[in-house]
Design a protein around this ligand. Sequence first.
Ligand code: ADP
Length: 369
Amino acid sequence: MESMIKKSSPQKELILYVDDEEKNLDSFKIIFRKEYDVLVAKSAQEGLDMLKEHDIRLVITDQRMPNMTGVELLEQIANMYPEITRIILTGYSDMEAIISAINKGRVFRYITKPWDRKELKETIDYALEAYRLKVENKELIDQLQKTNKELDELVYRSSHDLRAPLASVLGLINLAKTEEQLDKIREYLDLQEKSVLRLDLLLKEIIQYSRNSHLEVKNDDINLEQLIKESIDIHEYFIGSQDIKKTYKVDQSVPFKCDKYRLEIILNNLISNAIRYSNLKQDSPELEVTAEVNEEEAIIKVKDNGIGIKPDVKNNIFSMFYKGSDEKMGGSGLGLFIVKETIERLDGEILLESEVGKGSTFTIKIPNV
Ligand code: ADP
């Protein structure tokens, strides 16, 4: 499951040094190999080839080289790999070209030759920090764009989905006002209740989505058996729930630390789906929740022998507002989207095995923090 901001790598960071004089390459390597992973290239072209192969974060190049100057090389790199930080080494004679490159944003810093070890090291560290910030910034922007897109869709779709049951309630109220027969009025009230429950469900899910995006992840002590039992109990009075045999088995011998609120959201959604999508033609509809906790993670399986999910929609069911074809089920199409988002916040993963007519098993793995 793709996610969040990468933590900065504990390994040494990869630097490329380009210079046509071999002795300069050797001394750079010897001086800096303890602190960084150093790659060296004898020409600009060799440097460009290395960039294709390696995850390089910083390029330091000499300005004066045959075929291509350092500034020209860095301009190409700026176009192809804008996140890589670029430093140039130069004598005073090339100042004009270099100042213009710096002004155009092509070069991060210049260092005059002969360089001083301490000054160059400080500049390299500063440049690597700039690289990290750039990557982090890009990831934050990507995340923000994704959230904005989701929010737009959420507002658009939910305002539509909120208005539909409201319109139906208003229509039913008007009918009831002019109706004399008590049993007809009761029927209208039942229909109104259904619409109000749909409204309530949608609002609850919007609140879950919003809380998952905003609240910090907590580290609660979890008694998984109790949590699963409570979640099953909440669904005891759901329509059709009484006919379903529900069992659970939890193997937890080590403490489990996780965010209780988010775990509840995940379990409630999966259990409610297992009940709603049970197979009414099945002789013995069942729901089974199993869980085991070890030092690293909790593995929870929610298994039903219900209607199952077609292979071609397996990926869609986690999308916002995706509903299976049976509109009668009355869901909002947000449940599994919220489950997926919530699991992502917990750095966990969700897997699905399902066969039409046989049932579905959702397996979730959540780190034990
Ligand atoms: P909904 O509100 O429609 O239930 P969800 O996001 O919870 O929305 O689920 C999306 C779709 O995935 C459902 O409409 C249904 O078609 C399918 N689905 C989810 N859980 C199950 C399940 N346990 N068995 C069969 N189908 C399921």
